[in-house]
Design a binder for this molecule. Structure first.
Ligand code: HEM
Length: 380
């Protein structure tokens, strides 16, 4: 996709790619300006997509991502704590223990699909742990996470039934968790949220379950793809594997550069609440806009030699992979932590990592960037 994006940036940086009126914005400054303007580039429109007539009422539709700015600010302030320094410290030991178990097992088996057997299992365990469900329930998380993502394509009664069924099942499990923490609070995020108040009121059951639910689509596939992308670059640049093994600063820089160059969520979605001008182009009110973070991250107006993989480069954290502004990714520190601890669990256990196929089999989607599978040999 990257040569095509470069051409759009240079020739037609704000354009309509299909006649249905979806706009595509590809330059760094333009994507950034839209992200900084949530009033005119609104996220509320997304809630409509999540609640078609056959799914109404959908308790998961109104979440943090789609809340209007004032309410969003209040909800977000409550939740930040769980994802800030204290929250990360609380999670770190769990992440490390899980990563070490997974790495030990993968290296013991030697030939593995690294996506299925590591990159996916680590974030799955972390989210399962955060939302407080029992370990035996982790295998269900993927089905629940996919349910909302497939709402717009669910055009048969069978598919619609499957989605309602998955969401209903998740709702029941989350109610159990909430009930359990109400009776016996723990040192965890769910207990914190149960105690929290907005404008003097406790959060409703709908607010709580929609937030816990949101963590699945937001944090599962995204982090799987980050860890998968990181593995691709380790195999492409074995010299970085050696350096990352020795040096924590290099591990951090390496992950940051992987985040820039292969953006797990290449597009952001917004709806214009009024007519807006970007450069020389006017987008009418009600336009659907795709903000291309993948393109912004390789914009030569912002990054020098953007096509080169250069850990530790200038402006290395200025990529837009986690968005910007009020919706800036809540899980950015967690995703970085999982990637770094994943490396720290894996690297001391292997001498080399050999890709079994020459070509990477990327997930086939405009909305996602990561390897679909990574058959590797882990050489101890
Ligand atoms: C928001 C990317 C990991 C939770 C976002 C946004 C992006 C993003 C681009 C902004 C969306 C927008 O502006 O419309 C990523 C990437 C990740 C990642 C690339 C991994 C590499 C996580 C994790 C969690 C998480 C691990 C939590 C477990 C969230 C939440 C929001 C969000 C709750 C909504 C924030 C808000 O609307 O205020 N993420 N994310 N993300 N992310 Fe992440």
């Amino acid at each position: 996709p990257y040569p095509f994006l470069a051409e759009l940036r240079n020739r037609s940086p704000v354009c309509q790619v299909d006649p249905n009126g979806v706009w595509f914005v590809t330059r760094y400054d333009d994507v950034m300006a839209a992200l900084k303007d949530p009033q005119r580039f609104s996220s509320e429109g997304l809630a409509l997509l999540a609640e078609p007539p056959w799914l109404k009422p959908n308790p998961f539709a109104q979440s943090l991502v789609t809340a209007e700015p004032v309410r969003h600010g209040k909800l977000r302030a409550l939740i930040n704590r769980a994802f800030g320094v204290t929250g990360m410290a609380r999670l770190e030991a769990f992440v490390r223990q899980t990563a070490e178990e997974l790495a030990t097992e993968a290296v013991r088996r030697r030939d593995v699909d690294f996506v299925q057997e590591f990159a996916f299992l680590l974030p799955r365990a972390v989210i399962g742990h955060m939302i407080g469900v029992d370990r035996s329930v982790y295998p269900k998380l993927q089905r629940w996470g996919m349910a909302m993502a497939t709402v717009t394509g669910a055009d048969t009664p069978e598919k619609q039934h499957e989605i309602r069924d998955a969401l209903g099942e998740m709702g029941r499990y989350l109610d159990e968790v909430l009930e359990d923490r109400r009776r016996q609070p723990r040192e965890d995020m769910v207990s914190d949220l149960l105690r929290a108040e907005v404008d003097g009121q406790r959060l409703s059951r709908e607010d709580l379950v929609s937030f816990l639910y949101l963590l699945l689509p937001a944090g599962l596939e995204t982090t799987t793809n980050l860890i998968g992308n990181m593995t691709v670059y380790l195999s492409r640049y074995p010299e970085h594997l050696e350096k990352a093994r020795e040096d924590k600063a290099h591990r951090v820089n390496f992950i940051e550069e992987v985040l820039r160059i292969e953006c797990p969520i290449p597009l952001g979605y917004r709806l214009t609440s009024t007519d807006v001008r970007i450069g020389d182009t006017t987008l009418p009110q009600g336009s659907m806009v795709f903000l291309s973070a993948a393109s912004a991250n390789r914009d030569e107006r912002q990054f020098s030699e953007p096509e080169r993989f250069l850990p530790g480069r200038d402006k290395q954290t200025q990529h837009l992979t986690f968005g910007h502004g009020i919706h800036y990714c809540l899980g950015a520190q967690l995703a970085r932590l999982e990637a770094r601890i994943g490396l720290e669990a894996l690297l001391p256990r292997i001498q080399a990592l050999v890709m079994k196929r020459r070509e990477i089999d990327w997930v086939y989607s405009l909305a996602v960037r990561g390897p679909a599978a990574l058959p590797v040999e882990l050489i101890p």
